[in-house]
Design a protein around this ligand. Sequence first.
Ligand code: NAP
Length: 314
Amino acid sequence: MYDIIIIGGGPAGLTAGLYGARDKKKTLVIEKSVEGGQITNTNDVENYPGAPGISGIDLAFTIKDQAEKFGCQIVNDDIVEVDLEGKIKKVKGKFDQYEGKVVIIAGGASPRKIGVPGEEDFQGRGVSYCATCDGAFYEGFEVYVVGGGDAAVEEAIYLTNFAKKVHIIHRRDELRASKDLQAKAFKNEKIDFIWNSQVTELKGDKTLKELYIKNNKSGDIEKITKDEPFGVFVFIGYVPETEIYEGKINMKDGYILTDEEMRTNIDGVFAAGDIRVKTVRQLTTAVGDGTIAAINAYKYIEEQEGTLYEGFNE
Ligand code: NAP
């Protein structure tokens, strides 16, 4: 029986784990793959205060070590079912079942797929959602990056470390990415842009051989094929990991609704990070959410048990 169960071991979840354990609550973080979540896909974290240029993996493992030092337990499991209504929250994974007084949902989001024929078939064989993981395979070759946000532009810049040319395919003629990133991309001679365009199909045999791009203005479809390997990296946003909470927790557009204290509509259930309804999804805001959720989880448990010290809120 845990005090605090945290579903998701990204920056929000690990930070909540750190705070929960430091407050002497028996705290468990459940992560289904690698601790760190989306930041493990980033090679160079430029905007985390106090740690300029740290890699996403190093940052994630530093937070993880910090949390474990305070006694936070971390397990690998994929949660498939939750029962959150009662005083004791039940969480069922593929490997084990867990019970706790509080649940903090910090499952984040996974990369959005383009949703075109061939995309799934060539995942890992020409199609990637992680430049840090797969960029080195394209040393000396060309790559295509799909998207126009911070992730697409940042990862396109990173991919120039390997690829001889990086083509950014964007559905509009204006990027969504921050002005600073745009400026860096525009002056990088290895990067060019394919504007007003979207991928319609991917074809090949064992590996990706043909990329089809439609011009949204003219409707023309161009087939791109090469005599050498090439890659397609997709960075078109993320989809929240909320399927198991549907019909159980109040949500909006697939994201979990919380108040400013990270409380959901269910007593003792909080949400933190990219999984909740919010306007700014950044590493720094995820860490902030995790902090708020853990402190309010502590408060909730102490209130339930009648042990909250006077002056907690002062
Ligand atoms: P994003 O900001 O939502 O941008 C997604 C991009 O993909 C947009 O340019 C969008 O086009 C395009 N797109 C969406 N659906 C598409 C589709 N079906 N086909 C083709 N293109 C599609 O997502 P993100 O770049 O992953 O960033 C997510 C959040 O993390 C943002 O808040 C971002 O600021 C943050 N982030 C920050 C940093 C940093 O500060 N260094 C780095 C990475 C991410 P439109 O522009 O036309 O909508």
